[in-house]
Write a protein that binds this ligand. Sequence first.
Ligand SMILES: Cc1cc2nc3c(=O)[nH]c(=O)nc-3n(C[C@H](O)[C@H](O)[C@H](O)COP(=O)(O)OP(=O)(O)OC[C@H]3O[C@@H](n4cnc5c(N)ncnc54)[C@H](O)[C@@H]3O)c2cc1C
Length: 469
Amino acid sequence: MSAPQLLWFRNDLRLADHAAVSAAARAGPVVALFVLDDDSPGHWQMGAAQRWWLHHSLASLAESLAAQGGRLVLRRGPAGVVVPQLARDIGAAAVHTLTHYEPWAKAQDAAVARALADTPTAFRRYHGVLLAPPASVLAGNGGRYRIFTPWWRKLQEQMPPARPQPAPAMAFAAPPMSDALADWTLLPTKPDWAGGFAVWTPGEAGAAARLQQFLAVAAAYDKGRNLPSQDGSSRLSPHLALGEISVRAVWHAVADAIPAAAAEPFLRELGWRDFAANILDQFPDHGDVPGRPVFDAIAFRDAPADLAAWQQGSTGYPIVDAGMRQLWATGWMHNRVRMIAASFLTKHLLIDWRVGERWFWDCLVDADLGANSLGWQWVMGSGVDSSPFNRVFAPVTQSSKFDAAGYIRQWVPELAPLRDADIHAPWEAEPLMLRAAGVTLGRTYPRPIIGHAEGRARALAAYAEAGAS
Ligand SMILES: Cc1cc2nc3c(=O)[nH]c(=O)nc-3n(C[C@H](O)[C@H](O)[C@H](O)COP(=O)(O)OP(=O)(O)OC[C@H]3O[C@@H](n4cnc5c(N)ncnc54)[C@H](O)[C@@H]3O)c2cc1C
């Protein structure tokens, strides 16, 4: 029998349309490996909500491999050490993996390449996480893009991406010893806060099913995606974050299902995912360092009580509270509400965007360093694309404009009996209306922790003081 091929899964937990899986399967008998590496990412190690997802996704991948007679080998430790060590132990002909763009993924790759240099084991990396490799989308002068629109236009030269490939048939080599998934304690126990996560079905089959569900409403995406009360976006983000479905499979499914003009707004959002990775590839510290240094001069507030109110969904702004409670309960928040909640923290409460970014990192099942840092820096206005700081989302206007009454009723049930006209800003409702709905401000639901005009003015003053306007 030929030497084994070590197939190293990372956040790409699928068998279909996975270039490393296909190449390893073609080359010989496979040893499939996943490494839980909490060392290399440093303070960006996987957060609690995504660890819940990872547990179920690994269980699902292990089942798919078992159905073909294989076994998923689990190891823990720095991948730059664990992968080459295992390659040596099994006498691997090659290590196959997809290229990822987080700074720690690059460090892992460099360490594996170093350790395998001058050994008989080849190290092979493949494109497959994004629509296009970040360094392949270049401006006329050969430089990289920092602004979405010209980047997106240029990307079109490579679109559509190649058609997705089916999962290959595989033969397996004898698997080495594996950790037991349960020993990794990825699931919460005391307390088990993941009860509301039952809305999700992690794994490759769950991702495919979610895509099919979305196709039924995809034609109405352009309007529906902005309405938190509707299920108008794909909710594929956690599946994409752990790579349970390839982005080009999503692209083609949507492009095939609906007319081009209706598909474009959705494909553009898939583009934002690539663009976020592209920015992170250029600015590896984008999760920690503002795109423009003046933002480090802002005197952010250290306000633990305000921060706790934001985290717990008790700011007194129904749309913000609904979003934060949805995040806590399900590990996901609607995109429009992410923008409103992030703006509220960074502008109204004048709390450092990195504090919110971290909370999202721990709570989101779709946590992705590129998308999360881009989202926070975009809302903050601190990004490398020079978006403005003085865009302060007005929570009440946003809430009524995007028809969030149903969403608020779902996540802030103590306000549910209020009329649509009152639910976005209960402190402006007639006392009679409040009483009829059983709402007592300050008792059954908080008063706003800060006024909109006051918060906005304070943020702009702090920004001016930093010397930026
Ligand atoms: C403050 C903030 C933080 C965010 N943090 C994350 C994060 O950690 N992980 C994450 O995947 N997205 C993040 N986003 C982007 C966006 O909110 C989510 O991707 C989206 O809500 C996921 O829902 P969906 O799958 O239904 O998206 P859809 O609207 O159906 O879009 C399809 C896919 O496109 C990608 N996408 C859409 N919008 C964006 C975007 N603005 N940036 C990057 N990719 C995008 C996602 O992979 C998404 O699944 C953040 C946005 C903000 C404002």
